[in-house]
Design a protein around this ligand. Structure first.
Ligand SMILES: C[S@@+](CC[C@H](N)C(=O)[O-])C[C@H]1O[C@@H](n2cnc3c(N)ncnc32)[C@H](O)[C@@H]1O
Length: 373
């Protein structure tokens, strides 16, 4: 298949060298034997992991960054990075059991070896394969950056392994930002070269650390039965990973009872975890097929609802938020006991999903203004 002139124009933008171009061209040929357009979700068969590694290294944005403190909630990968998404897709690389060879890190002694630090190509390849497989493993959580690792550890995550380009810098960061973990982080990670790190993750975190943890099991029946007055957040078919993560982050901060999601997106996807800064471990977070019946009031949060008043949500409410473009479904609106809206200035149609979750949770948490009727 010829990729055509238009496809040729993207090489420079992607920053691929000649070998990378050739490799990407071969990859696209495998991916899409019938069309000129790369389609997300297409099956990639038998791609050489080394080719994949080369491509991904070439596709990492030059100014990789980590949005942990000022999340870009609606971040989407640029369309031209579709090939990278394919490589990160479901069946891109033939990998061994991702958990094989992992060691649970208890913080006793570094796992560093000269080989794992990037000098032995075959060991680096095994590391790359393991980390890429972990990103797709529904049993695992992929933690990118210092804050994600910090929160995960602080809230009891079972961290299986981690790598860092500069373990000493991790210690410096924890002294300033997480004194509770100071002295324990560098011993949990294996040092790796920067070029190995960028092969492990599509967007290398600025703090140079990534880790793999086991996802906690969430018992949804138990979450629904939680008798604390705390509200439970339900996101109906959220589409944006960054939004999901930001919702988890604010729900954790507001001490909500949990975050449940419907629809096809995994709230534990690495991009959602990045948006949540690792706070998925601070409260139950799970995908459900549909909202089961529960002895909790169901409150539809909808711009057309009656005005929300601070501190006046019924205890143990399920707060249902709609999908980014279309809002709540007719079905959930019909099931709801209440329909409440965040009052906005005239002319504004709606808030961003995560922003509205924040407004409702903190309106409840902060309570009515003193002396309010
Ligand atoms: C981006 S909005 C969806 C906009 C959609 N066009 C609509 O009108 O519902 C995503 C979700 O955020 C919540 N939301 C946004 N602004 C809101 C507001 N002013 N009052 C209540 N909920 C709001 C709702 O749950 C909504 O379904």
């Amino acid at each position: 298949m010829a990729l055509g002139a238009a496809a040729g124009a993207v090489w420079g933008f992607l920053g691929l060298d000649a070998v990378g171009r050739e490799a990407l061209q071969r990859l696209l040929e495998v991916v899409d034997a019938d069309r000129d357009v790369v389609v997300a979700g297409a099956e990639v068969v038998g791609v050489d992991p080394m080719v994949v590694g080369q491509l991904e290294r070439g596709l990492v944005p030059r100014d990789s960054h980590e949005d942990v403190d000022c999340l870009v909630a609606d971040w989407h990968p640029p369309p031209l990075l579709e090939a990278e998404l394919l490589v990160e897709g479901d069946r891109a690389v033939d990998v061994a059991d991702p958990v094989t060879g992992m060691q649970v890190l208890h913080g006793h002694g570094s796992k560093a070896t000269a080989a794992e630090s990037g000098h032995d190509a075959s060991v680096s390849d095994a590391l790359v394969r393991r980390y890429r497989a972990a990103r797709r493993d529904p049993e695992l959580a992929f933690l990118e950056g210092f804050h994600a690792l910090k929160h995960a550890l602080r809230f009891g995550a079972e961290v299986l392994e981690g790598v860092a380009t500069d373990p000493a810098e991790l210690e410096r960061l924890s002294e300033g930002l997480a004194p509770d973990l100071a002295g324990s982080l560098s011993s949990r990670v294996t040092p790796v070269e920067a070029e190995v790190l960028v092969a492990l993750v599509p967007q290398a975190p600025r703090t140079g650390v990534v880790a793999i943890a086991r996802r906690p099991r969430v018992d949804v029946v138990q979450v629904l039965a939680d008798q604390r007055p705390a509200p439970l957040v339900l996101l109906e078919d959220p589409r944006t990973m960054g939004n999901m993560g930001a919702c988890v982050r604010v729900a954790a901060a507001a001490d909500a009872a949990g975050v449940l999601t419907t629809g096809g997106n995994d709230p534990w996807h690495p991009d959602a975890l990045r948006g949540g800064a690792g706070l998925h471990f601070a409260l139950p977070v799970a995908a459900i097929a549909a909202l089961p019946d529960a002895d909790r009031p169901l409150v539809a949060i909808d711009p057309e609802g009656d005005d929300l008043r601070p501190g006046e949500l019924p205890p143990r409410s399920i707060l249902a938020f709609g999908t980014e473009r279309y809002g709540l479904s007719g079905e959930l609106l019909a099931r709801a006991d209440l329909r409440l809206g965040i009052p906005m200035r005239a002319g504004v149609s709606s808030l961003n999903l995560a922003t509205s979750v924040a407004a409702v949770l903190f309106a409840q948490r902060l309570g009515p203004a003193p002396g309010a009727a």
